[in-house]
Design a protein around this ligand. Structure first.
Ligand SMILES: Cc1ncc(COP(=O)(O)O)c(C=O)c1O
Length: 374
């Protein structure tokens, strides 16, 4: 029955206890230790009902088996910890910097052979998958260049070649993109971002394909979580699930704000380039319209001038917060090139995570910050 519901409905309704006379929401269960003999023994390996409710809900949204982690990086590391010596990996050349860091470490310590492919060059992915690989990693829209990968085509090719294919779906959320349905093996979320939605927790989720062929991946990720101690806390699990309940309305508002700001920024004299998949001149626009149910709530833009003038502009913002995380009710902005390991990013590029404020207030703030002399 739940499989027939729209994702917006699943976000609100999945993972509820449904016990007559019981609470509508699974309460926070702050337990580490259980009375032995029937069921759970210890929360690091067995989780708690708070954790299971979150896993059920994200699993229903993505169409697979959900495993919650202490952060997005904990989920990501659990995947990469299972990649063996001398493995061949296909990674996007624009990916979350934590992924880039883990992969560089594997190259140095474990002899991984890594090909970094342009996200949008579908043929390059297909050619390299055909040559043979142990892991394909995709992120679309990408962080922070907002490039679009042809998820259906690449995932299908990886599935046919029996290559494990992992998609970081943090920017799209399961409301806009469900990669497992296209052949991906695992979906990853930094639930710290849109799923939680309030900048008040760290959480991660891996969702694995439901078929028994993928049992081994579930077991391997659970093993890493248990023995790496990457279990999510009960409060974080509870809050993440509460965040998911309002994701549909938050995302709708943030996305329409982002679409409006993207157009206005394009026309602004201080802006040299806007990257937003919803803009018709975005290189991945047509693909995004085909593969995503919406262009999302993140955009990046570059301003005329240099890194110093870009930082001055950011410092003038009064409403939009300079902050590194994203996907929350409040708008945040960051000049990404200031982070180490992000050399491929234009120096003035600002990644704007658009929140749920009134769009006119956001525009007034942005306009005054970028218009002034620098
Ligand atoms: C796309 C993406 N994936 C993964 C992560 C890592 O998640 P976390 O910070 O929850 O460990 C982030 C964090 O910024 C991200 O933006």
């Amino acid at each position: 029955m739940t499989n027939e519901l729209h994702p917006e409905t699943l976000a609100v309704s999945a993972g509820r206890p449904g016990v007559l006379g019981g609470p509508l929401n699974v309460p926070i269960i702050p337990a580490s230790n259980f009375v032995s003999g029937a069921g759970p023994e210890y929360a690091r390996g067995d989780g708690t009902d708070s954790v299971h409710a979150l896993e059920t809900t994200v699993g229903a949204l993505e169409g697979g088996r959900g495993l919650a982690f202490a952060s997005g990086m904990a989920a990501i590391s659990a995947v990469f910890d299972n990649v063996g010596l001398n493995a061949r990996l296909l990674i996007p050349d624009d990916s979350y910097q934590g992924v880039a860091g883990v992969v560089a470490d594997g190259e140095a310590r474990l002899g991984w052979k890594v090909d970094r492919l342009p996200t949008a060059d579908t043929q390059a992915w297909l050619t390299e998958i055909e040559r043979g690989a142990d892991l394909v990693w995709l992120e679309s829209p990408s962080n922070p260049l907002l490039e679009i990968a042809d998820i259906p085509t690449i995932c299908k090719a990886a599935e046919a070649a029996k290559v494990i294919c992992v998609v970081d779906n943090t920017f799209a959320t399961p409301l806009l993109q469900r990669p497992l349905s296209h052949g991906a093996s695992v979906v990853i979320h930094s639930a710290t971002k849109f799923l939680g939605g309030h900048s008040d927790l760290l959480a991660g989720v891996a969702v694995v394909r439901p078929e028994s062929d993928y049992d081994q991946i579930v077991d391997a990720l659970e093993h890493r979580r248990t023995y790496g101690g990457a279990t999510i806390g009960a409060l974080e699990a509870f809050l993440t699930l509460r965040g998911i309940r309002t994701l549909p309305v938050r995302l709708e508002r943030s996305q329409s704000n982002a679409a409006e700001l993207a157009v206005r920024l394009t026309e602004h004299r201080a802006v040299s380039r806007v990257r937003y998949p919803g803009l018709p001149d975005h290189a991945g626009h047509d693909l995004a319209m085909k593969t995503l149910d919406g262009p999302g709530a993140i955009l990046s833009f570059e301003t005329v001038g240099n890194s110093v003038s870009a930082d001055v502009r950011i410092s003038r913002l009064k409403l939009i917060h300079p902050a590194t995380s994203l996907g929350a009710v409040e708008s945040t902005i960051e000049r990404r090139a200031k982070l180490t390991g992000q050399e491929h990013i234009p120096e003035t590029l600002m990644r704007l995570s658009v929140g749920c404020e009134h769009v006119e207030d956001l525009w007034v703030d942005l306009d005054q910050a970028i218009s002034g002399l620098v």
